[in-house]
Each structure stands twice: as structure tokens, then as C-alpha cells.
Design a protein around this ligand. Sequence first.
Ligand code: P1T
Length: 379
Amino acid sequence: MKFSTKAIHVGQEPESVTGAVTVPLFQTSTYAQIEIGKHTGFEYARTQNPTRFAWEENLAALEEGIAAFAFGSGTAAVDTVMRLLNAGDHVIMAEDMYGGTYRLATKVLERFGLTFSFVDMRDPANVAKAVTDRTAMIYTETPTNPMMTLTDLVEVAKVARQHGVLMVVDNTFASPYFQRPLTLGADIVVHSATKYLGGHSDLVSGIVATNRDDIAERLKFLQNAVGAVPGPFECWLLLRSSKTLAVRMDRHQSNAMQIAAYCASHPRVQVTHYPGLPSHPQHALAQRQMSGFGGMISIELGSLAAATAFTKALKVFTLAESLGGVESLVCHPVSMTHGSIPKEQRDRLGVTEGLVRLSVGIEDVEDLLADLEQAFQHI
Ligand code: P1T
């Protein structure tokens, strides 16, 4: 089965009692048991919920994994993946990534005895160099938030394999429609399902997929034992969103391609970061490991004053955190999503006060281009 057919059908057989073609919302916390020691297989909703199971089965199929586990947020998903490790373990993490993941690592997980090295993942040699005898996991995001740099997944997976360590990829920006890390050597894929998977800016959720039985068994245990599960309604909304993921992603990308090309030639824009542009330093890698380039673009406007004037003037793009919804958003990473990353690190990465991130929605591209043009005139 191909991608859209899986998105619409896997986990979503007509319901057995009524034939409902949509998976019912099992809004329940518990299930009646037949007698002591005898039940339907459903005991308590933190452990089992049919709506959640349907969504997990669906996403596992889209990522070409064997199982998936849903969580209350992308951050809860990352946190549970980290609980696969033990105190004293070392993690090699991308230095360019969502600020909240950096904060979780440095402000929470380090207190529990994990150690982290933050490396520039653009060069797989940096990953190999950072391996120690305590290294247990390599964790990356590709494309990264917000600099849109890539990790060569095949090459980094070789390093992971050679040292027998887990390889985890945050696939939030690409979505499984454009990139499937498990097929390129990763062991675990993480998503903030709040973004493209949800796609309508109306929920917060996370999900983890794997293609290894031993990891699936351990994640299933942790999902129940730690308990950071989503509610059934989020899972129901995610199933509904999954059916349109392919058409939404195609439109996000075709709008983003046009906007990136426009920004790249605009006199007010100093740099345009978008892996679909031939000028992107890793464009060839993007063409190799992704089947499309997504809807996220970052642009450097040169100063906080320029970023402020530009974002204030936008009318169709809304100034807000988050991304991946049908409506276009604009974000100022330094003051919003990446405030937790130390200034020296941000400066090294290029996350400057003049950097603005666009989450290109699926509106008519002419309206988006006109909005950007009038806002550039205010700089
Ligand atoms: O917000 P939450 O669902 O907990 O997901 C965290 C997360 C994880 N990974 C990536 C790549 C992310 O972008 C995020 C959340 N990011 C934003 C809220 C943002 O605006 O960048």
C-alpha cells in the first residue's frame, strides 16, 4: 500500500458493532471486567484505549515502523525516549534543535545523571568524534528547528551501528510524508504531533515510532509506567488529520518553494534557509534523503528592529509559536522558541535577533506573497 492509502485505512477498519467508518472516540477511563481475572483485553485507559491504538497503528505504518506510542506532547515523547537510558549514560545531541528539547536535556535530564554533548550534526565525523565508552544514544533533528540544517541519516546511522548505540531522529519538520528515518537506519522516530501530524493548530500531542521489537516492548512499558499519554480526543483528531497529511504536505511544500525563491531574491532578506533551494549548502543531501522539503523557511533580516517591523506588519501570517498548521505563522526564535539556548550557542548557530521563521500554510500563495511584500516595505 502507498502512503495516502495507508494514511486513510491503516488502523481504521469499519467498527465491528455498527460499521462506523470513522474510528469511534472511546472517551472512557476504564472498562467493565467480566469477572476477577477475566476481561476484554481493555482494563484501564492509561494502558489501553482503542482510539489511541488506532492512531498508533496508523502512524507506525506511515513511518514504516512496527509500533508507535502516543504521548501528551512532543516533549513528553522525547522525555519517555530518554527513559530508555540509565544514569551515567551519554547522549550525543544536535546543537541546533528545538529549544525545549535542549532545555529538557540540560535543565532536567542532566539532574538525573545523563550527560550530553551537543555537536554540529551537519558533519557525521563530529558525531564519531564525540562517541565515548558511555555513549548510549545519538539524538538529532533533521531538518533542524530553526536553521534548517540536515543530518546525513545514513552516515550517522553507520556510526550508531558501529558503536552499538541507539539512533533517534526528531522527524517533526519533514513529517513521514517527506522523510522516513527508520528506512535510513534510525531506531526511533519522534514527533511533535502538535505540528504537521495534527496540522490544524488545535491540539498538543507527541508520538514515537520504532522498527525494533526490543525497543517497542520497552517503550510500551514506559508509556504505561511513566503515564504521559494523550487523551483519546487528541488521538481521534490525529486520525482525522492523518487522512489529509499527504495533500496538506504537498501544498505546504509548493507554497514554501515559491516563497523561499521569492525571499532568496528579495533585497530585504540577507539569507534564506530552505533545503529545497539549490543554494542551500545541503541541498543535494535533502534531495537524497527526503522526497520533499517541507513548509518551514527561516530568513535573516539583519536586526531585531527589522524583524520587529516585519512581523508587526504581516497580516495573513500570524506571529505565534508552533508550526505545521494550515494557517501561516511567523515566529521569532530568539524571543520565542529558542530562548532556552545560551546566547553564545545561538550566535554560533546563526539564531540571531534578526532571524525570523516562517511556517508556510496552505492558503493561496499569491496572498502569502503579497503579505510578505507589504511587510518587507515596513523594514
Ligand atoms: O510542543 P511539543 O508538542 O511538546 O513538541 C516539542 C517539539 C519537539 N520537536 C520539535 C522539532 C519541535 O519543533 C517541538 C515544538 N516546537 C515548537 C513549539 C516551535 O514553535 O518550534
